[in-house]
Ligand binder design. Structure first.
Ligand code: ADP
Length: 467
């Protein structure tokens, strides 16, 4: 991570240094060349046009013309005739007067071309310019200027030094910034990483504190939420496992006790033995019920997306009532129903059966002899509502908030007779109801018993949700 940031910094610094050190200097150099060219061309043009009216060129005429001009002391002026012979040279030492100046630029100027060369070397601009002198469009000679401009060269050189210093300063600042930024970033990543590792090794619930408002902070927040969720899930799982093993141990201990009693009694009569065996059978039934319901809950917990289909709630309610007739008769309970025909919801058929069966079975189980269970089904606005009323023992107010919890029973003793419940039926019903987008509530029935109210989004017969 750090190495990557530094590599990026190096690349950035290199580009920056190149930009700072090449473009402004190149631009300044071009500007100086262009200004020099214009200046020299102006001077040469002035001279050439002053000399042009003469039909022949002589040193005297040049000197006369030069009196009108203000020659640049840094510039060497040479005037040649058409045969490239020097008529005038402004310098005395190494003068080329009366010699033939056979330079390519003089040759080109004699062919009526303006020629300019400029190069920057040894911290000075070396420039040469040659333009033709014409008399009635006929070549008369050449004005040749050459100059070495050290002043401009110094300007360019000092600019180069300044640019270099600026580059060094920028690089140093960048380096410090990148250093702090990368160490800050590395530290924050290390915090996140330590959190992830801690969660891998130890208990869930580890949170990390990362400052700032960037993406890393978002990742840290997500991590904290995930960690919290895992912690909650783990706690639930542990409670569930310990509750489940406790619930399984109870009938197993009862079986153990009954078996021990049979084994210890040497002369047990057949009738008592039979009673013991019936009790053992009841406990085994209870174990089976717990195992089945646990399996069902595990399936519901693991189900990712349920495949929901339109289900006729009325038909399912009728089937449940039919199935419960023997149980109700045994308990001397009257089954009553008021069912609106063809009410549909989007659900899973078996799940809906489980809901109604659990509620109606409980209403029979937790009732008293001579009592009743009343199933009502109707639609209200865009909802289909199922009421399961009984006039049984009721559920005290303080227990109502808990009865959908796993293994929760209001009175543990009253259902511990082998036929007793598992404390899982309502949690299965709750899980099913919510997975179909419904709600389930518990309250008192008008007769003083219990009322369960279940609502689902109503589906038309065509399978569409009511608006
Ligand atoms: P169980 O298998 O024990 O019936 P449930 O989850 O179905 O488990 O019910 C949880 C507890 O809620 C029951 O043990 C019982 O105490 C109470 N309960 C449920 N339905 C009724 C009811 N209709 N009347 C009174 N108590 C009820």
């Amino acid at each position: 991570m750090r190495a990557k940031i530094f590599a990026l910094f190096l690349a950035l610094a290199l580009v920056l240094v190149l930009i700072i050190n090449i473009f402004p200097l190149q631009f300044s150099q071009n500007m100086i060349v262009e200004t020099t060219r214009e200046q020299m061309l102006n001077n040469a043009t002035f001279l050439a046009s002053a000399l042009a009216p003469h039909s022949t060129l002589t040193r005297e005429k040049v000197l006369l013309t030069l009196e009108m001009a203000e020659p640049n002391p840094n510039t060497r002026l040479v005037v040649c005739d058409t045969s490239a012979r020097v008529i005038y040279d402004s310098i005395s030492t190494d003068s080329v007067s009366d010699k033939y100046l056979l330079l390519p630029e003089i040759g080109q100027a004699l062919r009526a071309k303006d020629v300019f060369f400029c190069e920057y070397r040894d911290q000075a601009f070396h420039s040469r310019l040659a333009i033709p002198i014409q008399y009635n469009s006929e070549p008369l000679g050449v004005v040749y200027l050459s100059q070495i401009d050290e002043a401009q060269g110094k300007v360019l050189e000092s600019l180069r030094v300044q640019m270099r210093n600026i580059s060094i300063l920028i690089c140093a600042i960048l380096f410090i910034l990148v250093f702090f930024f990368s160490s800050h970033l590395s530290k924050r990543f290390a915090v996140l990483l330590s959190g992830i590792r801690a969660m891998q090794d130890g208990p869930y619930g580890k949170t990390v504190a990362i400052s700032g408002k960037d993406e890393l902070r978002v990742i840290a927040d997500e991590f904290n939420q995930l960690s919290k969720r895992l912690e909650d899930t783990e706690a639930l799982r542990q409670t569930f496992v310990s509750d489940a093993s406790h619930e399984l141990r109870t009938p197993l201990s009862a079986v153990r006790l009954l078996v021990d009693s049979i084994l210890q009694s040497e002369q047990m009569d057949a009738e008592t033995m039979r009673e013991f065996m019936v009790d053992i059978g009841d406990e085994i039934d209870r174990l089976t019920r717990i195992a089945e319901k646990l399996l069902m809950l595990t399936k519901l917990d693991g189900a990712k997306s349920l495949k929901l289909v339109p289900v006729n709630l009325t038909d399912v309610a009728k089937r449940v009532l039919e199935a419960l007739v023997p149980l109700a008769e045994d308990a001397n309970i009257t089954l009553k129903s008021d069912l609106t025909e063809n009410l549909f919801l989007s659900a899973d058929k078996d799940g809906v059966y489980q809901i109604i069966f659990n509620l109606a079975e409980n209403a029979i189980k937790y009732n008293r002899a001579g009592g009743f269970v009343h199933l009502m089904l109707f639609s209200r606005e865009d909802q289909v509502v199922l009421l399961v009323d009984d006039d049984g023992i009721g559920i005290p107010e303080e227990h109502r908030a808990h009865i959908f919890e796993r293994f929760y029973r209001v009175d543990k003793s009253r259902t511990r007779n082998g036929k007793g419940g598992t404390g899982l039926g309502l949690s299965i019903a709750y899980k099913n109801v919510t997975s179909y987008g419904g709600t389930i509530e518990v309250g008192s029935s008008p007769s003083g018993g219990t009322r369960f109210t279940v609502s689902f989004p109503l589906l038309s017969e065509g399978g569409e949700l009511h608006a």
